[in-house]
Design a protein. Structure first.
Length: 492
């Protein structure tokens, strides 16, 4: 054997981690389109939920909808209808996140998209307030499942050196859903004045497209499969990702994955309902009975206070009407487009300046710009342009924090064994806070100076809590099995 052959043999005997293998595959190929298509599919799934969830923003400004469904009662019925979708997300965020760690991220994502599509379709033909509330709750269940799984998949598919940018890229498709909705409303309500049911049906297109793309292009997470002891399936999934980049080198072997995931899986092969729910309860409890407790609580508080700022997206239409602005749908389109600069900044700089620093910049910038807007509208005479520009600046800063930075921070804070559960719990906190937030908006939307001051303060509190969360920029994802560490935690 020649010296060169001996060195190559030695190198081939060194086990490669999933991260190392994906980095090697990416660096040794020129065709990366199919790999990027995977993240585009996740992004479309995310945009579908954005389109569906934000549809109420435009329906609340539609006279026919308010008379036919709300009976003109925006204060109570409007708040209930806006909040009930969040209530569905609370339930789904807890259960779907845990199901994602027990049954798989891909299956959870597909289930959420399917539920969203079906309930959204029935919502179009709903005849009264109570029926549409039922199906809006169902949409919330679907959205919660998507929110707790798409970012986990993106994090676990992404290269370590580009994880922040990739997850921010996938999260930024939320903007696509928001822009799509505003353009649809501009055409259907601003130009042609069509019935509200046609608009609601149009919002289902991104959800349907996302469901099809996920089914066709998204494999199961190799990290999840490895944690379950399904080493052969994990190797096949990792090799599928590498082949999507055009890589044709030495494939990842089952034994290499076994080297990095040696722990025996819990309840392997047991899939009846009792064991599934036992795993769900165990995974949720592990977030609070292990070293993860402190950062779990910090993340939950951060998500909860950020949700107060997120609620403005549903009520911005009503706010513009209160300000008696002309060309409202054109201004709403500009408001949705203002997401784009924030998304670009997040995608380009999140791996350079760090996730936490970017999130702080977004929260502080959003708080200051909203405080400035509150000051502007306190005058007797207000320029419509100043209102729209200030709102757009707020939106651009806010999107840097949510969803671009916070999802990266959350996914990197939890180990693979409970990652989907952790993100689901955080999203449940976000949605539970959003339920109460809808009543605050409904009560104070006619007093926007007070409302915006409260929101600006909430974002400052979110910045305070987020500053205490560890920054895992450019660090490998944690693949520890939390169950193995609980005993050590209890002993200490």
């Amino acid at each position: 054997m020649s010296p060169r052959e001996f060195v190559e043999t030695e190198l081939n005997d060194v086990p490669r981690s999933i991260d190392t293998y994906l980095e090697e595959s990416y660096q040794n190929t020129n065709s990366k389109l199919n790999y990027l298509l995977i993240f585009a599919a996740l992004g479309i799934a995310n945009s579908g939920d954005a389109s569906e969830m934000n549809s109420m923003n435009y329906l609340f400004g539609n006279k026919e909808f308010k008379e036919e469904i709300l009976d003109g009662d925006l204060l109570v019925r409007g708040a209930i209808l806006a909040g009930i979708v969040y209530l569905g997300m609370v339930v789904s965020g807890i259960l779907a996140g845990a199901f994602g760690d027990r049954l798989g991220r891909r299956s959870t994502l597909l289930t959420g998209l399917f539920i969203n599509a079906i309930c959204g379709a029935f919502g179009v033909i709903s005849s009264n307030f109570h029926v549409i509330c039922f199906f809006r709750f169902g949409c919330g269940v679907g959205i919660g499942a998507v929110a707790s799984s798409f970012s986990s998949l993106a994090s676990e598919f992404a290269l370590p050196s580009m994880r922040g940018s990739i997850v921010a890229f996938v999260s930024s498709f939320w903007t696509f859903g928001v822009v799509y909705n505003s353009l649809l409303a501009l055409i259907m309500f601003g130009v042609y004045d069509v019935p509200w049911r046609f608009f609601l049906a149009g919002t289902m297109l991104p959800v349907t497209l996302g469901c099809i793309m996920v089914y066709l292009f998204i494999p199961e997470s190799p990290r999840y499969l490895a944690m379950q002891g399904r080493y052969k399936d994990a190797a096949n999934s990792a090799n599928m990702l590498a082949h999507s980049m055009g890589y044709r080198g030495r494939t990842l072997e089952e034994e290499e994955i076994r080297h990095f995931f040696p722990a025996k899986p819990i309840n392997k092969g047991k899939s009846n309902v009792r064991f599934i729910f036992s795993d769900i309860i165990r995974n949720i409890s592990l977030l609070y009975l292990s070293r993860l407790c402190h950062q779990t609580l910090l993340l939950q508080l951060t998500f909860a206070f950020i949700s107060i700022g997120s609620g403005l997206g549903i009520w911005i239409n009503t706010f513009f009407k209160e300000m008696e602005l002309d060309s409202i749908y054109l201004f709403l389109f500009a408001y949705s487009l203002s997401n784009i600069p924030g998304n670009i900044v997040a995608t380009l700089f999140i791996d350079k300046i760090g996730r936490k620093n970017l999130m702080l910049l977004g929260l502080l910038g959003a708080s200051v710009s909203l405080g400035f807007l509150s000051w502007i509208i306190s005058f007797d005479e207000v320029s419509p342009i100043s209102i729209v520009v200030s709102s757009c600046v707020y939106h651009s800063f806010f999107v840097m924090a949510y969803p671009c930075s916070i999802f990266v921070v959350a996914n990197e804070s939890f180990p693979t064994s409970v990652r989907s559960t952790g993100v689901g719990i955080c999203m449940a906190s976000f949605r539970l806070s959003s339920v109460g937030t809808q009543f605050i908006y409904a009560a104070l939307i006619t007093s926007p100076t007070i409302l915006f001051t409260i929101i600006a303060g909430a974002l400052l509190v979110a910045a305070f809590f987020s500053n205490s969360i560890p920054d895992n920029t450019n660090k490998p994802l944690n693949d520890d099995d939390v169950c193995l560490n609980v005993k050590l935690f209890e002993e200490k």
